[in-house]
Design a protein around this ligand. Structure first.
Ligand SMILES: [Zn+2]
Length: 191
């Protein structure tokens, strides 16, 4: 696109596409159990496009760099979703509630993490939607901290996710679930 080449629509698309890595994000983003406002946030995360302080700094918009949530390290995608102590606590609380092994921390691609788990498609999709919801809430908590100066407790984040997911499941499933899936939901107070 830059140079003397003549412009064409196909060249334009090629130029746009080269800015994005080819990741398998579809199953996380286009999941019927996701809340719609979580989808866009997940898409942005999986393309590494959140406006973290690291990215804002490269644009010359800010000189701040420390993570709002923990204050220990520079705020990057890697830090927010793989290293931040606050986020780790959120994952721990979520996984404890869901009875998921705690070694699965810091996942930007939950569909990969859950691929080998011996659970039904329904449970897998619900688990993905809950992790996607957590990602949205983490970014929201970061923005609240940035603008209002306080950090929401991880346990409150998980309670919010549980309440919203329960409503979503009731709306979509309308009670038409296999017995084993219904039991799984009841054990996690999702029904
Ligand atoms: Zn942090």
């Amino acid at each position: 696109m830059i140079g003397d080449d003549e412009y064409s629509i196909s060249k334009g698309y090629s130029w746009l596409e080269q800015n994005y890595s080819h990741v398998q994000w579809q199953r996380s983003v286009w999941n019927r159990y996701n809340l719609s406002r979580h989808n866009f946030n997940q898409w942005i995360i999986q393309h590494g496009r959140l406006l973290t302080l690291k990215r804002l700094g490269t644009f010359g918009i800010t000189q701040q760099s420390l993570c709002f949530l923990c204050g220990d390290n520079n705020e990057t995608h890697q830090h927010l979703f793989h290293e931040c102590i606050y986020v780790e606590r959120c994952y721990q609380d979520l996984y404890q509630w869901l009875d998921v092994p705690s070694q699965f921390k810091g996942v930007t691609h939950p569909e990969k993490m859950l691929r080998k788990r011996g659970c039904s498609d329904f449970v897998r999709l619900v688990l993905i939607s809950l992790i996607v919801a957590l990602h949205y809430n983490i970014w929201n908590a970061r923005n609240v901290c940035r603008l209002e100066g306080y950090v929401m407790q991880p346990v409150i984040q998980v309670k919010c996710i549980q309440r919203e997911s329960k409503l979503r499941l009731m709306t979509i499933s309308k009670g038409k679930l296999k017995r084993v899936d219904k039991q799984w939901c009841k054990q996690r107070v999702l029904m």
